[in-house]
Design a protein around this ligand. Structure first.
Ligand code: FAD
Length: 428
C-alpha cells in the first residue's frame, strides 16, 4: 500500500511527490513517462507573465496575483502556500547541485530576448540564460551555429535590436563537429559534456571558443543557442567564458530544449534521492473505485490493460496528467473528458463552440480542464468533489488560459505543493 500515488511526472506531479515525501508520507509513487518529455520545455518557470486586458508584462508578481479572481489556483491555495511552494522549488536549484536557477529581483519578473527575437517575462530561470537579461544594458553578440536553423542569429539580432535597450550584433559560425542527426542539439551537448576531440585533435570546448573568438568585437556578453552540455553544462559554459573573456548565455531554441531536459533530470534525481518510487514509462490504463474513493490504478508499460496488469493501491491520489497537449484532457467527437479518472470537464455543447472564427480569438478549448474546490479536489457538475481521495494539479486544472497568462510553471509548482499538503492533512 502506498501513501500517495501521483499520476503524471511533469512539474506539478514532481512537486506533489516531493512535498508528500518531505512532509511525512512514508511511501510515494510517481507513475510517469520518462523525464525526456521535458525536451519540449524552455526550462523557464513562468509564474505570471500577463493579466487580461493589459498588453505589457506583469512587473510585481504578488501584487498582481492577489488581484486574480478568487477561483484562480493561486487564490485557491493562498499566497502563503504559493510563496512556500516557490521557495521549495528555488531550494532545489542551487549552485551546489550543478543546475543553479535565479529569479527576478524583489518579487519581479525578469525580461529576456527569445529565439524568435521577441521579449518575454519570466520569474525563475537557469543561470545559463541570465547574462541575457534585458535589465543589463551592455552590448550583446549573438552567435548562431550554421548547422542549426533554430537560431538564425542575424535574423534574431535584427528583431531583438528593435525591442531591447542594448546594442545587438549577430553572426553565425560553424559548430566544430559534423552532426549525424537533425536537429543535432543533443549530439552537440553530449560532445561538449565529454569534451570530445574534433577532427584535428582539439578538445571541442576549446575549438568552439576558437570559432567564436574572432567574431567578438567589444561585446562583454555572448548569446548562443542552448546546446552547452546536458550533464556538465555549468562546466562547459564556464570554460567558454574563460576562453572568450566574456559572459556567455544560452537562448532556449525550441525542441529539443536542453534547459528543459536539464530541469527534468534534476527533478527526477531529487525524487529518487528522497526515496520516491518512479514508475517510468508506465501510463495508468485502468482505475477501480468504490463509492467516493479511488481504490487502485492499473499501470502497463505498453499502455494496454490485461489481467496481469500491475495495480497501484494508495490512500490518496494526485492527478497530474497535464492538459490537452500532454494527453490529460481529451477532446473528440463524443465531447471533452479527463482521461484517467473520467472527472467532469466543463465545456460548451457542440464542437463548433470550442473555437472562435478568429485564429487569435478567445478559444474556449484553451480553458478545458477539471474544476477544483479549495482542497484541489476535482468537482462534478454540481460543484461537489467527485472523489474524497483525489487531488488535481497543474495544467489538468481548467477554467483559465494559463498559457496566455504565462503562469503554467507557477501554477504547477503551487498546486502540486498544496495538493500534497492537503492530501496528507486528510489522511492523518
Ligand atoms: C512546448 C512547451 C513549452 C513550455 N514552456 C514553458 C515555459 O517556458 N515556462 C513555463 O512556466 N511553462 C512552460 N511549459 C509548461 C510547463 O512545462 C508544464 O506544462 C506546466 O508546468 C504544467 O505541468 P503539469 O505537471 O501540469 O503537466 P505536464 O508538464 O504537461 O505533465 C503531465 C504529464 O502527465 C503525463 N501523462 C498523461 N497521461 C498519463 C497517464 N495516463 N498516465 C501517466 N502519465 C500520464 C504526460 O505524459 C506528462 O508527462 C511548456 C510546455 C510545453 C508543452
Amino acid at each position: 500500500m502506498t501513501d500517495v500515488a501521483v499520476v503524471g511526472g511533469g512539474l506539478g506531479g514532481c512537486m506533489a511527490a516531493l512535498t508528500a515525501v518531505r512532509d511525512g508520507a512514508e511511501s510515494v509513487r510517481v507513475v510517469a513517462p520518462s523525464p525526456e518529455r521535458y525536451r519540449h520545455e524552455t526550462g523557464l518557470i513562468d509564474v505570471l507573465g500577463y493579466v487580461p486586458d493589459r498588453e505589457t508584462p506583469v512587473v510585481r508578481l504578488s501584487f498582481e496575483m492577489r488581484r486574480l479572481p478568487d477561483d484562480h489556483p493561486y487564490n485557491l491555495v493562498g499566497a502563503k502556500v504559493v510563496d512556500e511552494a516557490l521557495e521549495t522549488f528555488d531550494d532545489l536549484f542551487v549552485a551546489d547541485d550543478g543546475l543553479p536557477y535565479e529569479r527576478g529581483q524583489s518579487d519581479r519578473n525578469a525580461l529576456f530576448g527569445t529565439a524568435t527575437g521577441s521579449v518575454r517575462p519570466t520569474s525563475r530561470y537557469p543561470e545559463s540564460v541570465s547574462a541575457g537579461l534585458l535589465s543589463d544594458d551592455r552590448p550583446v553578440r549573438l552567435v548562431g551555429f550554421e548547422q542549426l536553423t533554430h537560431l538564425g542569429a542575424t535574423l534574431v539580432g535584427d528583431r531583438l535590436a528593435e525591442s531591447v535597450p542594448y546594442d545587438v550584433a549577430a553572426t553565425s559560425v560553424d559548430f566544430p563537429m559534423t552532426p549525424s542527426e537533425y536537429p543535432p542539439v543533443v549530439e552537440f551537448a553530449r560532445a561538449l559534456d565529454r569534451n570530445e576531440e574534433t577532427a584535428d585533435g582539439t578538445p571541442i570546448r576549446e575549438a568552439l571558443a576558437n570559432e567564436i573568438r574572432p567574431e567578438l568585437d567589444v561585446e562583454p556578453r555572448v548569446g548562443v543557442p542552448a546546446v552547452l552540455g546536458l550533464e556538465e553544462s555549468e562546466a562547459v559554459r564556464s570554460e567558454l567564458e574563460t576562453d572568450l573573456q566574456a559572459e556567455v548565455f544560452e537562448i532556449p531554441i525550441g525542441r529539443p530544449n536542453l534547459p528543459g531536459m536539464r530541469l527534468g533530470r534534476r527533478l527526477f534525481e531529487v525524487l529518487e534521492a528522497e526515496g520516491v518510487i518512479v514508475d517510468e514509462g508506465a501510463p495508468v490504463v485502468g482505475v477501480e473505485t468504490a463509492g467516493e474513493r479511488i481504490e487502485n490504478v492499473s499501470i502497463a508499460e505498453d499502455g494496454t490493460e490485461t489481467e496481469d496488469t500491475e495495480q497501484v493501491r494508495a490512500d490518496t491520489y494526485v492527478l497530474a496528467t497535464g492538459g490537452l497537449a500532454a494527453g490529460g484532457i481529451e477532446a473528440d467527437r463524443e465531447g471533452v473528458s479527463e482521461r484517467v479518472f473520467d472527472c467532469h470537464v466543463p465545456h460548451p455543447d457542440g464542437r463548433e463552440n470550442w473555437t472562435e472564427a478568429e485564429p487569435l480569438g478567445d478559444h474556449p478549448f484553451v480553458e478545458f480542464g477539471v474544476n477544483v474546490d479549495g482542497e484541489l479536489r476535482p468537482c462534478g457538475p454540481d460543484g461537489t468533489p467527485e472523489y474524497d481521495n483525489l487531488r488535481a494539479v497543474g495544467r489538468v486544472i481548467g477554467g483559465r488560459d494559463f498559457v496566455a497568462e504565462q503562469s503554467t510553471g507557477g501554477v504547477a509548482i503551487s498546486t502540486g505543493y498544496a495538493a500534497a499538503l492537503s492530501a496528507l492533512r486528510d489522511e492523518s
